[in-house]
Design a protein around this ligand. Structure first.
Ligand SMILES: [Zn+2]
Ligand SMILES: [Zn+2]
Length: 305
């Protein structure tokens, strides 16, 4: 199955009549990971017909409002929908208090389990792993403690080459799993049929790197190297590079430099400042450095491969 990213919101600072702050939904290996949760995210989820019950893991980059103000509303709605499934929230230290204080003061509660995974490391760390997927943090450089997230598929099983297998009736269905695991087949006469002959290589594992918000930080390219898809914030254009530096954000050009240095497959820009009317200028600017650049737009999906 491919990797699918849906943009729910991609603007910085505050929502407007037609724009929302940051949130994305990543569908990968049967997971629906919610990444950041700006104000109005639950309305966007409804708009783009995402099943609330599919969201079991929420990754919050940092505690600025444009990335987290939608979380309390979503958590509250989960309860109204009689959610029973455990919810995992990954975010900076303070995320638990941020939610619990609001629940307490509004005399509200969540009657389903919420597990907070509070992050404080300045190094990249593995924060989620199952049989098929791993998630690492990408330490970013912002005004407050911030992480991006790297979502990586694990290498899958080898695929059976049935044309070849069918030529050897002594290979039983019970042997298939061993073949998928990479083992050779030993015939009754002790001859060996190599695994390469009986199987095809697994599909290339896909990866998605999410980087918002951050000043230009080339060190992250080591972590996100060769990712298939990169979202990198581009709050400003090059004309306000000074402001980007001051507020610890990036320009479209800098996002493209990161994409180029990391040799990613595709770059998505977003987290646009409200001062710019023509978003195509972001793409134009970044494309001079990294041609495979796209603009995040609400409702847009990116599917890899
Ligand atoms: Zn932001
Ligand atoms: Zn921020």
């Amino acid at each position: 199955m491919s990797l699918k990213l849906t943009i729910l919101g991609c603007h910085s600072a505050m929502p407007s009549a037609s724009t929302h702050t940051t949130s994305q939904l990543l569908e990968i290996k049967n997971h629906s990971f919610l990444i950041d949760c700006g104000e109005g995210t639950q309305v966007q989820l409804r708009k783009y017909k995402v099943k609330f019950s599919k969201i079991k893991h929420i990754f919050i980059s940092h505690l600025h409002g444009d990335h987290v103000f939608g979380l309390i509303g979503l958590i509250s709605t989960f309860r109204l929908l009689n959610r029973e499934t455990e919810l995992h929230v990954y975010g900076p230290v303070g995320i638990k208090e941020f939610i619990c204080v609001q629940l307490k003061l509004s005399k509200s509660f969540a009657d389903y389990p919420i597990k907070f995974h509070e992050l404080s490391s300045k190094e990249s760390e593995l924060i989620y792993e199952d049989k098929k997927v791993k998630v690492y943090t990408i330490p970013l450089k912002h005004r407050i403690y911030t992480n991006g997230f790297l979502f990586q598929e694990k290498i899958g099983e080898r695929k059976l080459n049935m044309d070849e297998i069918n030529k050897h009736p002594e290979i039983d269905i019970c042997d298939y799993q061993n073949l998928k695991n990479g083992k050779d087949f030993v015939r009754s006469n002790h001859n060996i049929l190599s695994n390469e002959l009986l199987t095809h290589a697994p599909l290339k594992p896909l990866s998605y790197a999410y980087c918002s918000d951050t000043a230009f930080k080339p060190e992250i390219t080591e972590i996100i190297k060769n990712s298939d898809l990169l979202y990198h914030e581009s709050t400003f254009l090059d004309d306000r590079e000074d402001l980007a530096k001051k507020t610890k954000h990036s320009t479209a050009k800098q996002a493209a430099q990161i994409a180029k240095l990391a040799n990613v497959g595709k770059l998505i820009l977003g987290h646009y400042s409200g001062r710019y009317e023509n978003l195509n200028d972001f793409k134009k600017e970044a494309s001079t450095i990294f041609s495979n650049t796209y603009l995040a737009k609400e409702g847009e999906t990116f599917i890899i491969p």
